[in-house]
Design a protein around this ligand. Sequence first.
Ligand code: IPM
Ligand code: MG
Length: 362
Amino acid sequence: MSTATTPPLHLVTVPGDGVGPEVTAAALAVLRAALSSAGIRMEVSEHPIGGLALDQSGDPLPEPTLAACRRADAVLLGAVGGPRWDRRKPRPEAGLLRLRSGLGAFANVRPVRVMAGAEMHSPLRPEIVRGTDIVFVRELTGGAYFGKPRGVEGRPPDRRGVDTIEYSESEIRRVAEVAFTLARSRRHKLTSVDKANVLATSVLWREVLDELAEAHPDIELEHALVDSFSLRVLLDPRRFDVVVTENLMGDILTDEAAALVGTLGTLPSASGGGDGPWLYEPVHGSAPDIAGKGLANPLGAIASTAMLLRLSLGREDLAKAVEQAIGAVVQAGSLTPDMNGALSTQAVTEAVLAQLGELVPA
Ligand code: IPM
Ligand code: MG
């Protein structure tokens, strides 16, 4: 008998606000089941972020939270923010931005896939969305989110607001490399989205992408302007494979692309690329209107754990099993109200666990 044991996974959770804790608990249950089927133990420690942390300590990302996240093998985040803290300074969202940057998570990977049999959840016609399989790579630690100067100055009626979009060549290059590499593992097509007809940062972005394309001759690179891309991605989504873009455009385009799936609730994301562990979070927000009611869609957070199994643990087999379990639950219509179902967060989670149990018996 072998005495070799797989080391436990050190996971840090930052459930945050609104529905964050509910979907994080669901994701943890599924992750634990997937890992235990493979004989892998998991050690979990939970830390405050966002509005909760603001209430507790006046800081949306307390130092112990960042330190614990940096030491983890992987970080699972729920959601941050809510109307309660809208007038607070700093805002809860500042905690999330500092966490991303503190982990060096410059690449945000957001797959948008329309699962077979789930076309009817999109408001778009089934023949348009069928087979959609796009992965967005959004730059996450630069651009208008972090550029200086920023702020509102002066007094009414003469106030002035300033934000700064700034990108260095190396910031563009490193996120583009992630996108080229991802395209190589898929259909070898890369669409880079910018506003090069107006913005200087986009002109540089395009030049750097073109230079990199020479080192990746097997990848077909095309450039698209953000306004026309935002239309074409809804009219003809199947023609896109990997899409790379800067922070703010990526924020907007990934919410827009959720219309292809019909809900933000099922979309996962993974952020990383720097020296820290990867950060996994559903794309949806804190949904304060349904928080605490057991109605939140857990599938985005659960799908994020599939990305964790794939990217942080290299367990493609377990990642696939979780994704197949989600697919089966969607096909069976075991869904929360945002997808016209009648089930609770917990019931959907149990349905996923039951499917997973058949795919990877513990
Ligand atoms: C997202 C969210 C965040 C962002 C907010 C909560 C700061 O919209 O992850 O897309 O803008 O990045
Ligand atoms: Mg967003």
